[in-house]
Design a protein around this ligand. Structure first.
Ligand code: NDP
Length: 365
């Protein structure tokens, strides 16, 4: 490799020394919009309450103007806390009346997984843009219907892949393009947490559509795609139940191996029976580790050249400003429905491979 200035800059940027360049990149968000994006949150559970509402407050270009909830006590509490108008407060029965409300731009669906498709379609029918949490649906079929419906209704559909908006993930995406360490050879990643509440919707297949794979394995799948910059062509997988009684209705632990067209392989693990969270990317000429890799932050990274110093940002605030940019400035959404659909295709292939014990072909495009 020629020792050009560009190569030199590339070399020091991965060691995190080139702070001005990195900071500039992190400032891609917040962006400028003429007015604020007016958001209604649908489903006021843990993620909406503890992450998204504070994220909207911290964002530059969004404001929380409405809610959709099945719990009247929450409606009263949120109305006071966020100074919401009565006309912007809905429940799941009268939700469709949102169609005649000119003061809401976008509805953010933060419901149990199996309810995403129905509420995305109802939102699109009401003529509003819509963001849904991950996993976007519980099947490929539903995900396709959601995309098609939003296209026909002329509304934008986004998926809450918050990591795409934050600097560590953006640096991993840059590395695969600029090849500071050469080509990606192998990705190793895991995400697991001990889910012990048998009554939670996550433990019931009809609400979750599966277990840890749908809930947190999806981060590993998505990371394997952005770390390699490729779409997988086949997968082998193994399902394990160390506690069959606890995880009766859903899968507990799944291990999988995705093959990519370049020959790279991504090995993943998701589980509800233990705690783990790491992304390791092995390149031709080096390696990158991120641990924690998928939390709300701060994420912590290192390469074989030293610590990966990136600005720590509020993921949800950055994500919301990204959505505001796309919706108000009429640009493509960085994490559209199509991104969610690709992960759903891979999830279904992993489940089939684990069930049959055979290598399953994947056709993303
Ligand atoms: P919670 O159980 O904390 O909240 C879900 C909310 O949905 C409830 O509080 C309730 O709100 C509403 N709801 C309506 N019907 C039901 C039902 N039958 N059972 C349970 N709740 C119901 O879940 P989370 O907030 O943790 O997760 C919601 C979504 O967000 C999931 O899809 C999850 O995957 C995703 N998520 C994404 C994260 C990320 O980092 N991107 C992190 C965590 C979750 P109400 O009382 O207002 O009706």
């Amino acid at each position: 490799m020629k020792n050009t200035r560009r190569n030199f800059l590339k070399k020091i940027s991965v060691a995190g020394i080139l702070t001005p360049l990195i900071t500039e990149k992190a400032l891609a968000y917040p962006v400028i919009t003429e007015r604020k994006l007016r958001v209604a949150l649908c489903g006021l559970g843990s993620y909406a309450t503890n992450q998204l509402a504070p994220g909207i407050e911290k964002s530059k270009n969004c404001e929380l103007v409405g809610i959709v909830t099945g719990t009247p006590e929450k409606a009263a509490k949120w109305k006071e806390k966020y100074k919401l108008q009565d006309k912007n407060i809905y429940n799941y029965e009268n939700f469709d009346q949102i169609a005649t409300n000119p003061d809401i731009d976008v509805v953010y669906i933060v419901l149990p997984n199996s309810m995403h498709a129905d509420f995305v379609i109802r939102t699109a029918k009401a003529g509003k843009h819509v963001i849904t949490e991950k996993p976007m649906s519980i099947s490929v079929k539903e995900a396709k219907e959601m995309i098609e419906f939003c296209q026909k209704a002329g509304v934008k559909l986004g998926v809450g892949y918050r990591l795409h908006y934050e600097p560590f993930t953006q640096e991993i995406m840059r590395l695969v393009k600029d090849k500071d360490f050469g080509k990606v050879k192998f990705v190793e990643t895991k995400f697991a947490w001990r889910n012990r509440n048998p009554n939670a919707w996550r433990m019931q297949n009809k609400y979750s559509g599966g277990g840890a794979l749908m809930d947190v394995g999806i981060y590993c799948i998505n990371a394997s795609r952005y770390a390699t910059g490729e779409e997988p062509i086949s997968v082998t997988a193994q399902a394990v139940k160390t506690e069959p009684e606890m995880y009766r209705d859903i899968e507990e632990t799944i291990l999988w191996q995705l093959k990519f067209p370049s020959g790279a392989v991504a090995s993943g693990m998701s589980s509800y029976a233990t705690n783990a969270q790491k992304l390791s990317i092995h390149y031709e000429n080096g390696g990158l580790d991120l641990a924690p890799a998928y939390d709300y932050g701060p994420l912590k990274g290192s390469t074989n050249k030293g610590p990966l110093e990136m600005p720590v940002v509020h993921h949800q605030a950055y994500q919301m400003d990204g959505f505001a940019d796309a919706i108000l400035n009429n640009k493509p959404i960085l994490t559209p429905g199509e991104e969610g659909l690709k992960d759903m295709i891979i999830i279904e292939a992993i489940k089939k491979a684990a069930k049959t014990g055979k290598e399953v072909k994947i056709n993303i495009l």
